[in-house]
Design a protein around this ligand. Structure first.
Ligand code: DAH
Length: 342
């Protein structure tokens, strides 16, 4: 056989084999192409190789070199087809196996969200007070002067009504020229409940309040309070003390001491500041007292018939005590490195 003829045959073989390998869309198809071209006995490559014996002796080195090139080209065409099928890219309509997955590749971790520590605290407070028989009510965060001050016996000249100490909303937005403000205390909800409900009453209300305070480690212009109100016949100060002590014991755990210091709030008489004993010191807990007869009258109750107590506690402080948080700003910076610890 002439050298040129032999070389041509090799070239044809190479392109035939590559084409068949490329076209194979299943392992089986590829395997039969492999046997056809690379089979050790009947393979076409083998057959062509045998013909080398008929090439002139002088041309043999050339023929041998070409044969080796074609062999390794066919080998790599086969390997390429093999890995294409294994990667699943050859998954044509007749692919038997479908795409392959590497089950050892680490999965993408899903970052689950969690409840904000203040929300968690609120849920716990509701739970504790619920066991003491208090049900939860809500009130609006935008209030009128009647509910935020007037009905609570806070007179127009009282410093708590100072525009600089409150977030009044521009008169342009007010209905009937009646000023409104972001509520500065949850005591507003006491009024709203008593206006609508006859005694006995046993409620708590937890939510946001707003005051234009300078921000520092213990102040923030928005914070949360829990308000409590109990109205019934013959309610006394000792009932108030029992409820606050049971509450503190449940929230802080163990036998917590509490003490009352005389204080003043326009809507309670007498008024107290309640402290509890925690971690070797007295900690301020919130304000409380017996509901002032003027407040009972403002909502249409008869102070001769019913009495009651009320209290208001700062939720941030309770949460910060429990978790040893030293700066209130952590709670509102929304840094997930902080929040994800709770
Ligand atoms: N509203 C008061 C405040 O924001 C807290 C308070 C004191 C609430 C005495 C009460 C109470 O219900 O009886 O500082």
């Amino acid at each position: 056989m002439a050298l040129s003829e032999f070389l041509q045959e090799l070239d044809a073989l190479k392109s035939d084999a590559s084409q068949r390998f490329e076209e194979a869309s299943t392992q089986e198809g590829l395997e039969s192409a492999r046997v056809e071209f690379m089979g050790a006995k009947q393979g076409k490559l083998k057959a062509t190789q045998k013909q080398m014996g008929t090439v002139d002796k002088a041309d043999k080195p050339m023929a041998g070199k070409k044969l080796n090139e074609v062999k390794s080209a066919i080998d790599s065409a086969f390997e390429a087809a093999q890995s294409r099928l294994q990667a699943g890219a050859g998954g044509g309509a007749d692919s038997a196996k479908g795409p392959r997955f590497d089950v050892t590749v680490p999965g993408a971790t899903v970052q689950l969200g969690r409840l904000h520590p203040i929300t968690q605290t609120i849920e716990e407070l509701k739970d504790i007070m619920g066991r003491l028989g208090f049900s939860v009510v809500e009130g609006p965060e935008i209030e009128d002067v009647w509910h935020n001050f007037e009905a609570l016996n806070i007179s127009p000249e009282h410093p708590a009504r100072d525009p600089l100490d409150n977030f009044y909303i521009g008169l342009a937005q007010a209905t009937n020229n009646e000023p409104r403000l972001l509520r500065s205390q949850t005591s507003t909800v006491q009024i709203r409940v008593m206006e609508k409900t006859k005694p006995p009453i046993r409620i708590i209300s937890l939510g946001r309040v707003y005051r234009p305070d300078e921000v520092d480690a213990t102040h923030y212009p928005m914070f949360h309070q829990m308000e409590g109100l109990l109205i019934d016949q013959r309610v006394t100060m000792s009932d108030l003390k029992s409820v606050l002590r049971l509450f503190a014991t449940s929230y802080l755990g163990g036998d917590v001491h509490i003490r009352f210091r005389p204080s003043f709030f326009p809507f309670t008489e007498p008024s107290v500041e309640a402290d509890y004993y925690w971690d070797g010191r007295w900690v301020e807990f919130g304000g409380a007292g017996m509901v002032d007869p003027a407040v009972l009258t403002a909502v249409g109750y008869d102070p001769e018939q019913v009495t009651g107590f009320a209290f208001g506690l700062g939720i941030e402080r309770l949460c910060m005590m429990r978790h040893n948080i030293r700066d209130i700003r952590h709670l509102f910076n929304n840094d997930t490195r902080f929040l994800s610890q709770f």
